[in-house]
Design a protein around this ligand. Sequence first.
Ligand code: TRP
Ligand code: ZN
Length: 871
Amino acid sequence: MSSKQHETIYLEDYQPPAWLISHTELRFELEEEQTLVRAQLSVQANPLVSDKRRPLELFGDVDMELCRLSIDGEILEACDYQRKGDRLLIENVPESFTLECVTRLLPHENTALEGLYKSDGMFCTQCEAEGFRRITFFPDRPDVMSIFRTTLVADKALYPVLLSNGNPIESGEDGEGRHWVTWDDPWPKPSYLFALVAGDLAMLEDRYTTTSGREVALRIYAEPKDLDKLDYAMQSLKNAMRWDEDVYGREYDLDIYMIVAVDFFNMGAMENKGLNIFNTSCVLAHPKTTTDQGFQRVEGVVAHEYFHNWSGNRVTCRDWFQLSLKEGFTVFRDAEFSADMNSRTVKRIEDVSLLRTAQFAEDAGPMAHPVRPESYMEISNFYTLTVYEKGAEVVRMLHTLLGADLFRKGSDLYFERHDGQAVTTDDFVAAMEAVSGRDLGQFKRWYSQAGTPRLEVSDSYNPETCEYTLTVRQSCPPSPGQDHKQPYLIPLNIGLLAEDGQELYSGMLELTKEIQQFRFDNIASRPVPSLLRGFSAPVKLEYDYSDEQLLMLLSNDPDGFNRWDAGQRLCIRLLQQQMQRYRDGVPMTCPETLVTAWRQLLLDESLDPAMVTQCLRLPSEAQLAELAGVIDVAAIHDAREFMRKALAEALEQEWLMAYQRCDTGEAYSPDAESTGRRSLKNLALAYLMATGREPWLELTRQQYEQSDNMTDQLAALSLVAHSEFRETAEELLQEFYQQWQHESLVMNQWLAVQASDPTEGALERVKELAQHPIFDARNPNKLRSLIGSFCAQNLSSFHAEDGSGYIWLADWILKLDKQNPQVAARLLTPLTRWKRYTAERGSLMRAQLQRIIDTNELSADVYEVVSKSLI
Ligand code: TRP
Ligand code: ZN
């Protein structure tokens, strides 16, 4: 075991920077074979740090070529500084000076997609979290904020568009076909928000006037072929700008707001000041090529990055342990925005489903960490569901505890107090404390303790006194490095319903102790409790509901989220019973009560189709896995398939009626209502196909051929592709490929559909697809579509008994680690959960992790994940 030694960074070691950089001037000479970067930093001793002899500490990637380094014009020789790993130290520097540094970069060879790299033909950057140190030597930490002025020089024919943060202030020609543009960003910012783009780009332009009258030019850039796919992002941007003014009182603060779409990108998008860079998958949208889900993602991500301009950029993070300060808050903001633009309850259901499957699994796994982690080896590994989604739930709980008005006062105070500063999650909570007069000390455990809390609720009713009592016990399982947890402050929204569904009480309980009782007077008969309404806290709640009570809640709870949740609880219970039958070798059954309840939902035309869809969707295999003590992949798959088929057959007529009712022939529009109708239509079609009967294959084929939008076309394709009608499956997949081979994002879907096909021979198929000309192992979207989908969506194939899926994934990880460590570490996730599986599979998974760690020279990204999961 000779992996490189990777250093662990601890929150408790935080020290403020000894040196500040007031101004940073950058000049990029962009060429095909190399890029020269000249950086001039105005350096001053930090007046708040007393130890004046601390050396100047700069970060710079180990492989970065340093061409020249000077202080106030005097060249430094190699003996004047030390390079240790990714650090460069200079001792005995004056109180204030100019540091000049020239580095040589090879962007065309940069496959890690951090720092300066090429995406198709264009130059672009990704600096969060620590990518700026791959561009020049710099105090690359978020608490060093500097005013940037950037000049780009490049060939004018190849790179007519030259962009950076802020406003363009000067430009000119340089001879030999080269031109240059200088950009000036007046707002001090940390280096992780720096960006540049150079390329031959088309642009959609619009304008926006802020409430106070500032005129903002809105520009969205993409490759010329994608110019027709930018309108939805533009509309979403304008909606987001208006919303942030209305709901948070926040305006934009520059004259230009730019978004650039690039096809090679490690994540979704990046909030660089005034120059967001987006994964094409999160900005391009067109009815013909984008599904409803895709449209929603564009709207949400455009808003998310825009909201960062305040929650992240104007007020930024002191250090990377505080990442949730910007991400949790911003996810909460974008979720509320999407809820306001679409259906609030549906948005909540989607977010909670993600949290329950993926975040709960993360919080129970070897990489579990608090919302504010205490240590890391590689910060890229901490852009997690916990920091983002659980972090957003923590902010939501503050909103619930304080109420909307006080929360807004708190956010106003936070922005006012800390504008232009790099701060901590404690500062955020302190602003909420100041406006509410509350002590939120106990609440802060949500930031420091990992693991998903469990609430066990029981009740009693006294008919004599008409008293109803709820008893709530909270606990939280151990997580790495944290054996014992202290009780949390938990807002528990509840209602009490009479047997006939009438609401007797609704309100918020505040849990603070391990065990607590709540008494309700004047309750005329034993009520049914509706607990954790709207998912008011990210916990697992247990209460011993009868089937009848769940059915009553499913049809009567005034809280839409809990209506859905009651249905889910019932489905999960019934599925778990079938899994037990499967293991016992007893025939599985589908209870008539469920069929009756579903029939009612399907026939009630007054219900919102989007809600009906959510209610009639069985919990995913991943969610059932998360809930299992020991994950038995085959039992989960077979029980779920059995139920799906049984519900398909029992309600065949009703599915058809729902299909026909929702198949209105209206022109495509991505609004919430039409999206909801399409979702029920395609769910109904999926159940019809699950019967395995030929007429429905014909109907699906017809939809495939006649649809005018990607939502319906792709839904039909994937139903056929995952069916036993293999001949038609191959035919349609081939047809689809012929039609869309030149649309990269559509081809990602084509790969994902095949990778998630659970029928016989899945691994052979994905192996073949990896050889297909449209697959590109350097493109993260392609990797996620093929490898990610197979390992995370196709559980029965990935977990094949012989371990072949695990070997295939490990082969890929070893190959990708050299090329793109961030993506490699992410794709690795499914293997890290080996302890949760039955013994044979667990040990096969573990063997592959061992094989990875036995390899020399692993990146810090992969090393951290593998080593922690082997403990
Ligand atoms: N800050 C980005 C966001 O809006 C996340 C991000 C984009 C990122 N690219 C990255 C994080 C690369 C790490 C590495 O959420
Ligand atoms: Zn973000």
